[in-house]
Ligand binder design. Structure first.
Ligand code: ADP
Ligand code: MG
Length: 688
């Protein structure tokens, strides 16, 4: 039934244990892995190009007679051969060559070579072409386009071509199993698609192939996206199969809480609060993603959810990606919930000793109804008494696995806690359909009333002094400002240094202002102190690294300077800028860029100036940088597809959903093989 797919690569000609090991290290074990190892691009060796028609930059096959071959001592010693056909001459140049090579490129011999045409000292040249002597029987040129495979050190193109060629030969005799139901829209069958992509005919439309838009590629992308969707659905079922505590709405609690706030929830907040309330009431774990632009008020929505769980006698864990953000949640929730008599605890990587032990005891004993912290909440010695709801803020920083780890902490027999995931970065719909297929989605599509959009200016860093004066004037007029330092290096230490230098420089230039500094290397207590001073208005200008990127909420700050914004992605810039414009006064953001800007740099910063709409900016980011960057999942591999590309293949998504549903309904036995084929034998969801 499964045809040849599961055959080990060892069965192929020329594959001994050593090569098999190399292939295995690269993830290629079975014939199927080879078949799905698709070329990056193609070379056209199907026809011979007359030398006169060859142009710089082209990869071409040429044939001709060697007229002269000499070792030349120029800047570098090289072997130079002149090749002539009926139409012109071209120089072959070898910087590394053997005596044998030199001897057999004799004048008068005929060769066929393939390489890239360049312009050199003597007109058109080829460096180190692949070449072959043409004797009486030259044999035909290639019948198909020549694939260029992705590879790794120690595995050459010739090897890949031989192996994939053999795999294709076997495929013709025993097709791989077709796992997608027939589709009118995408009629290519799997075997034909693979055949085509490994060895496209000479007239194959190379443009389409390069763009990933050939029907054969779309057929495979479709299958890959379907498999991905099914695996996330599987994850969802896995999480839901043990049930969850049903937590009916606590209307009076929530009304009493809302009555303590100085504002009314927006209609969008109310709607999302109601969606969550309905989920929590069911005996099945809620799996919900709340998306809302920066400043849309996600924290309030989280608070309402937390109250519902706590009112039912369950514990709630809120997890934030950074210490700073966790602290801020702590302050918010403390102010909101303390008066209501809710027991609270704090747990971060920096909680130590007696303080930590007492926190652990209060969490395990159930005295702490609300626990706020960072990754530290995952640690194995953290045990809850009755965990009913997990709230994860800024989801894109956490992987699926981390989320799962926390939900394993429910008490035995209680099923799993409900999950609420909140993202700060709006995610384009296309992307969230793929990345979060396991979650239901709520969108807070409205900002609290009275907000004024942040005005954004792009200013060349040559004019830095002017900007410093502008900050001085604004602060003198009673405004508060952020000055954000960015660095390409990921290192905390370097970032901190840069921010320190900037802070002392600004403090020297602006002696009348109180300048503060916050970065990732400060102790939690120091950070807290600085943030509190800034919040209280005792610091006018806060120099910061991108630690303030997510979530920090100081409504009175209304000016932000971002140095070297061209180093950051759009989503990150949008997050940063979202730190201002939170109050009712007009706010400004200055992007102090370094000239010259690259073309995409210009587009990115242009988009920031044009718009303050997080969804628009996220779409742009997706186009300019791809999904890994937008989701912040480059490291977790969540969005690494073999064939599918986003946003390029986004148009396939409606069909992906239809097809995934059809398979679940009519072909459930195909789900496992699909997941296995495309997501690497299920390693990622090994538990499932
Ligand atoms: P985010 O969605 O970025 O996490 P926050 O929850 O931090 O946003 O809220 C941003 C700011 O808006 C906070 O100061 C919060 O108190 C305030 N806020 C939230 N909801 C409302 C509302 N309905 N009306 C007025 N202000 C609100
Ligand atoms: Mg927030």
């Amino acid at each position: 039934m499964d045809g040849i797919a599961c055959l080990s690569v060892q069965e192929l000609r020329g594959v001994g244990p050593k090569l098999a090991q190399k292939l295995a290290d690269y993830g290629v074990r079975q014939l199927e892995d080879l078949l799905f190892h698709l070329p990056l691009r193609y070379q056209d060796r199907t026809r011979v190009t007359p030398i006169a028609a060859a142009r710089e930059g082209m990869d071409v096959v040429i044939e001709g007679e060697v007229r002269a071959a000499d070792v030349v001592f120029g800047r570098r010693r090289s072997l130079v051969a002149r090749l002539q056909d009926g139409s012109g001459t071209l120089t072959l140049r070898f910087f590394h060559f053997s005596a044998a090579q030199k001897n057999n490129l004799q004048p008068g011999s005929r060769v066929r070579c393939f390489g890239q045409v360049r312009r050199g000292g003597s007109g058109l040249e080829m460096y180190h072409p692949e070449y072959r002597h043409l004797r009486e029987d030259a044999g035909p040129v290639e019948e198909a386009l020549t694939p260029v495979y992705p590879t790794t050190e120690g595995l050459g193109q010739a090897q890949w071509r031989k192996l994939c060629g053999q795999a294709l030969g076997l495929l013709r005799r025993a097709p791989v199993q077709e796992l997608l139901p027939p589709s009118k829209q995408y009629p290519y069958d799997l075997a034909a698609a693979l055949q085509f992509l490994h060895a496209p005919p000479p007239d194959a439309p190379q443009e389409l192939l390069r763009a990933g838009e050939h029907p054969a590629q779309m057929r495979l992308a479709l299958e890959e996206l379907v498999a991905h969707n099914l695996s996330l659905q599987r994850l969802r079922e896995y999480q839901q199969r043990d049930g969850a505590p049903a937590l009916p709405p606590r209307r009076e609690d929530i009304a009493a809480f809302l009555a303590t706030l100085p504002f009314q929830p927006t209609a969008a907040q109310q709607r999302v609060i109601a969606e969550i309330a309905a989920d929590l009431a069911r005996p099945v774990p809620m799996l919900r993603l709340v998306q809302g632009d920066v400043g849309s008020g996600k924290t309030l929505v989280a608070a309402a959810a937390a109250l519902q769980a706590i009112g039912n006698g369950y514990q709630v864990a809120i997890m934030a990606p950074t210490e700073l953000l966790a602290e801020q949640h702590w302050q918010n929730f403390h102010a909101w919930f303390e008066p209501l008599g809710v027991g609270m605890e704090w747990l971060s990587g920096r909680s130590r000793g007696a303080r930590r032990n007492s926190a652990l005891a209060r969490i395990a004993g159930g005295e702490a109804a609300l626990v706020i912290g960072t990754h530290a909440l995952f640690q194995s010695d953290v045990a809850f008494s009755r965990l009913g709801l997990v709230i994860v803020d800024e989801q894109h920083r956490f992987g699926v696995h981390q989320r799962l780890a926390l939900t394993e902490k429910a008490a035995p027999g209680e099923g799993r806690p409900h999950q609420l995931v909140m993202t700060a970065t709006p995610i384009p719909r296309t992307l969230s359909m793929v990345a979060y297929a396991d979650l239901d989605c709520s969108v807070i599509d409205e900002l609290p009333p009275g907000r004024q959009p942040v005005q954004t200016a792009l200013i060349d860093s040559d004019r830095r002094d002017e900007v410093v004066q502008r900050v001085a004037a604004a602060c003198a007029a009673g405004r508060q400002a952020y000055w954000v330092c960015t660095l390409v290096e990921e290192s905390d230490a370097l970032q901190a240094q840069a921010a320190e230098a900037t802070a002392s420089e600004l403090a020297a230039a602006l002696p009348h202002l109180s300048v503060g500094l916050v970065h990732g290397r400060l102790k939690a207590a120091q950070k807290e102190q600085v943030m509190a001073a800034f919040k209280a208005g005792d610091i006018a200008l806060l120099v910061a690294t991108t630690v303030i990127e997510v979530g920090v909420d100081v409504p009175r700050a209304s000016l932000m300077i971002i140095e070297n914004p061209e180093r950051l992605g759009l989503a990150q810039l949008h997050q940063l800028r979202g730190r201002v414009g939170r109050g009712s006064q007009a706010s400004h953001c200055v992007l102090l860029y370094q000239n010259p800007l690259s073309a995409t740099g210009k587009q990115r910063l242009g988009a920031m100036r044009e718009s303050t709409d997080g969804f628009y900016i996220a779409e742009k980011d997706l186009q300019l940088r791809g999904p890994g960057e937008v989701l912040g999942t480059r490291q977790t591999g969540l969005m690494e597809f073999r064939i599918a590309e986003l946003p390029g293949h986004a148009h396939l998504l409606p069909e992906v959903q239809r097809m995934a549903e059809r398979i679940r309904a009519d072909y459930p036995e195909r789900i496992d093989p699909l997941i296995k084929r495309w997501t690497g034998a299920g390693e990622r969801f090994a538990k499932v």
